[in-house]
Design a protein around this ligand. Structure first.
Ligand code: PLP
Length: 444
């Protein structure tokens, strides 16, 4: 998190204990300086040094309801008192109703869900289901993608986080992405490439797995025709389409799901994060009724102790009811337009802003040290290399000025709670304005 780089104060007792006894994720352990969060309310959180900041990225782009959604908190407490845990071979009202609710809010004939505990596991289940259903092995995914950290999900991940875990599981292939700003291939040409790849692989590909709107690899929004055409191409080659909605789902884009932005029903959809607004760990893999029917007489050889955990399902159900009853999906679309305008103001006044992209409350600001050459600050894979980057300094300054913003692969990722107000957006944009003067000064 940003304050690590800016703060030269010693770690407090809790932070020291944590640093000594708990592994930091995706990091050189010598560089981990955990910041203790002591309070969190609405769109703000407070750290142990009494900084209160706007959570402009909803932590890891997952707190769609912000930090104090009472309805979800109450549902969790109530479920703990009713039945804190039952094995997956029993059911609860929460699990059954959440399964039905997901069938209602997802597009088309997506009907039946396998529950797990994370986005990683949701994708792991999707890979297995696609392989069992088609009887084929290969999964085609794209380079600028993140699908999770376990061996299956990291093997279908395309970004540099996969490199340390290679060769990974067999049967994964990677294709180019719809990335108009930073790729030499036009987004629609990249689809022709995928078409040709699938033809050359013969009839061996079980599924094409994509984030409909790419998240941590830079908020890449494809042209409107891209996802419908990708589905056609996959089906022409006998492959399923899996959409990973872990980050884009549950209102972030101003629609229920990223797939809805393009009017596409995938064969399998994976979800986590906003599913419970991160109040409980829950992943979900929903499939069409054709795929569900297949498993009537074919065993689904997959499961976890915590699959369909009642407390997590209660949180999911309460979160979805909150999105519905408070009209938060429509709200994200409306206030997303305000956010877009404010980001465009930043782009106009900061030469280091190379590109701005996004929909709803899911937006990215890609920085460049040389606009004509579209050159990133450092390598695009900086976040898996040692040392702090210009983007870390940008976000550290923004944090000091009152806004937490995540930075990933040369892009600032903006994904605030769907409850954020225009005034709160203005405050966070003012903090980012200060941060971006750091990158302006670092231009070559
Ligand atoms: N898929 C996408 C698109 C993600 O953004 C993430 C995490 O950021 C994952 C999968 C993995 O989810 P988790 O970290 O819950 O395992």
């Amino acid at each position: 998190m940003a304050p690590q780089e800016s703060s030269d104060q010693a770690l407090n007792q809790i932070e020291q204990m944590d640093q000594k006894h708990v592994f930091g994720t995706w990091s050189y352990q010598s560089e981990v300086e955990p910041t203790q969060i002591v309070e969190a309310n609405g769109v703000r959180f407070t750290d142990s040094r009494e900084n209160t900041v706007i959570d402009f990225s909803g932590q890891l782009m997952c707190l769609n309801l912000g930090h104090s959604a009472e309805r979800v908190e109450d549902a969790v407490t109530q479920q703990v008192s009713e039945a804190e845990y039952v094995s997956p071979s029993y059911t609860t009202e929460a699990r059954a109703k959440l399964g039905k609710k997901l069938a209602d809010v997802t597009p088309g004939n997506l009907t039946k869900t396998f529950f797990s505990t994370s986005g990683t596991e949701a994708n792991e289940a999707a890979i297995k289901i696609a392989r069992f259903y088609t009887g084929k092995e290969k999964i085609l995914s794209r380079y600028r993608s993140y699908h999770g950290a376990t061996y299956g999900s990291i093997s279908v991940t395309g970004d540099p986080r996969r490199l340390a875990s290679e060769p990974g599981i067999p049967g994964t292939i990677k294709a180019p992405d719809p990335y108009a700003y930073g790729s030499t291939l036009d987004p629609m040409e990249s689809l022709d490439y995928i078409d040709e790849m699938l033809a050359l692989e013969g009839d061996t590909v079980a599924a094409v797995l994509v984030e409909p709107i790419v998240g941590s690899n830079g908020i890449l929004v494809p042209p409107d025709e891209y996802l419908p055409r990708l589905k056609e191409i996959a089906h022409d080659h006998g492959a399923l389409l899996i959409c990973d909605e872990v980050m884009a789902g549950f209102g972030r884009t101003g629609e229920w799901f990223g797939s809805d932005v393009f009017d596409v029903t995938p064969d399998i959809m994976t979800m986590a994060k906003g599913l419970t607004s991160a109040y409980q760990p829950l992943g979900a893999t929903i499939v069409t009724d054709e795929i569900a029917d297949h498993f009537e007489d074919n065993m689904l050889t997959h499961g976890h102790t915590y699959a369909g955990h009642p407390v997590a399902c209660a949180a999911g159900l309460a979160a979805i009811k909150t999105y519905e009853e408070e009209n938060l999906i429509e709200r994200a679309a409306d206030i997303g337009r305000y956010l877009e305008d404010r980001i465009e103001d930043l782009a106009d006044s900061h030469p280091s802003v190379g590109d701005t992209r996004g929909v709803g409350l899911f937006r990215g600001i890609e920085l460049t040290q040389h606009p004509e050459r579209r050159e990133p600050f450092g390598e695009r894979e900086d976040k898996v290399s040692k040392g702090s980057t210009v983007l870390d300094e940008v976000t550290a300054t923004a944090y000091d000025e009152g806004a937490y913003v995540a930075n990933m692969i040369n892009t600032l990722i903006i994904a605030p709670p769907l409850t954020i107000t225009e005034d709160e957006i203005d405050e966070a944009i003012a903090a980012l304005d200060s941060g971006l003067s750091v990158s302006d000064n670092a231009m070559s």
